[in-house]
Design a protein around this ligand. Structure first.
Ligand SMILES: *Cc1c(COP(=O)(O)O)cnc(C)c1O
Length: 441
């Protein structure tokens, strides 16, 4: 500590800012919520990242979810190297994409899938398919749920409970979000009210299977089942966005923890992150009857030059093949251990917090007394306490998501050494958080 050099990261960030907006290719990487210099990583191995100044970090971001096995898993690297040597893209069907689709269909509720290159593309396409299938335009989404940067889903709630969505960013025309109804999460009555008013025009409800983009806010028991029921009562579809939770919260995704147990399935589902094994691969899938409406089987158009890319699908397939039930048992145990260590340290330092989880995923809600159930609750967090904690952890070699509204990710490579590095850093960081709560420097 004290001797953490960030000279090379800072120099690269200066160069980056000259040639790209904000110096990054995705906003949260810029550390705006926490301050300081974003670290330019050079290498990943297992649970560890090394930056360009030679600093090592235990990684709790995992590339925002994909690195289920840890960085540079030898079997994935080997499979990818072999795939690359056979050619990187053919623009034809190829065997790896069939095997990946089979692996996904095998362990999830989807009967058929279409492979794409990003989670955004998956949700955008699922939305189009739901509209095409139902012949309706309106869509219900929940405040605080992120579904990628799809125009129609970058919407904020209007002033009433059931109002038309207003654009959440410049560049999205008001008419594009006018068909988006934004409701508070975990509020069945609000969903009932929206369907009472607009039911005949609603194509679908889209929801994160367990929201992880406002911090982790698990669905209340029965919430997802209620969404399925209400949608079906009105001839609409339920799209479950499992881009983050798929093959991560549990082996089949979050559905394994609710729908599979309760006996219902979403009509459409989206995947990404883990299923690409660190490469750009994602998917949307669902009931055969709906999926068969997609071109070339049906009339709803969707396509992609690099969709089902042989290198990306090989990485994803190898990752899923190694993701055994035992791996998830260990991942869950690691996740519990990390949560316990963090919670104990914060409690000892007198920092009010909640740890919220869905399967192996979790996040810390800072400065809140009760469980957070929606976006309004998540926004009441003490972000200053988090920023102080984050900066101290970073200085001590622990890399956390640089925002209080993000989920923490563990990998199968988080071992004793990784956890003891975390444990050693926690008291100092918790004390820094406590000082920030008190408004002291
Ligand atoms: C990450 C994410 C997306 C977007 O995926 P990208 O690959 O970043 O486009 C969509 N939905 C959820 C729930 C996500 O977490």
């Amino acid at each position: 500590m004290g001797g953490v050099s960030t000279e090379r990261s800072a120099a690269l960030f200066d160069r980056a800012r000259r040639v790209s907006p904000g110096g990054v290719n995705s906003p949260v990487r810029a550390f705006k919520a926490v301050g300081g210099t974003p670290r330019f990583m050079e290498q990943g191995e297992g649970a560890w990242l090394t930056d360009v100044d030679g600093n090592r970090y235990v990684d709790f971001v995992g590339s925002w979810g994909p690195m289920l096995l840890g960085h540079a898993h030898p079997a994935v690297i080997d499979a990818v190297q072999q795939a690359v040597s056979r050619g990187t893209s053919f623009g034809t069907p190829a065997e790896p994409e069939v095997r990946l689709a089979e692996a996904i269909v095998d362990r999830t509720s989807a009967e058929e899938v279409r492979l794409v290159s990003s989670g955004t593309e998956a949700t955008m396409s699922a939305l189009r398919l739901a509209r095409g299938f139902t012949g309706r335009d309106r869509v219900v989404k929940f405040a605080g749920c992120y579904h990628g940067h799809v125009d129609a889903l970058l919407a904020e709630a209007g002033s009433g409970i059931v109002t038309l969505g207003i654009p959440g960013t410049p560049g999205v025309p008001a008419h594009v979000t006018a068909d988006t109804i934004v409701l508070p999460y975990n509020d069945v009555a609000a969903v009932e009210a929206a369907f009472a008013e607009y039911g005949q025009d609603i194509a679908c409800i889209i929801t994160e299977a367990a929201p992880g983009n406002m911090g982790l806010v698990p669905p209340l028991p029965g919430f997802n089942a209620a969404l399925s029921r209400i949608a079906h009562e009105h001839g609409a579809l339920l799209i479950s966005d499992e881009v983050m939770t798929g093959f991560r919260a549990a082996r089949s995704g979050h559905w394994e923890l609710d729908g599979k147990v309760e006996g219902w399935a979403p009509d459409l589902v989206t995947f990404g992150k883990v299923m690409g094994g660190g490469f750009p691969a994602a998917a949307f899938g669902g009931r055969r009857e709906i999926m068969e409406q997609l071109a070339p089987a049906g009339p709803v158009y969707q396509a992609g030059t690099l969709s089902g890319n042989p290198v990306a699908t090989t990485a994803g397939l190898t990752t899923l093949e190694l993701a055994t039930p035992e791996l998830y048992e260990n991942l869950l145990a690691t996740s519990h251990e990390v949560r316990r260590l963090v919670s104990d340290a914060l409690t000892a330092a007198g920092v009010t917090h909640q740890i919220q989880a869905a399967g192996t995923m979790f996040s810390v809600m800072w400065g809140v007394e009760d469980a957070v159930t929606d976006f309004a609750g998540a926004q009441r967090q003490d972000t200053a306490a988090f920023a102080a904690f984050f900066t101290s952890m970073l200085d001590q070699g622990v890399y956390l998501p640089p925002s209080a509204f993000e989920t923490w990710f563990v990998s199968a490579a988080h071992d004793e050494e990784a956890l003891s590095t975390l444990a050693a850093a926690l008291p100092t960081a918790a004390a820094a958080a406590a000082r920030a709560v008190d408004g002291r420097p």
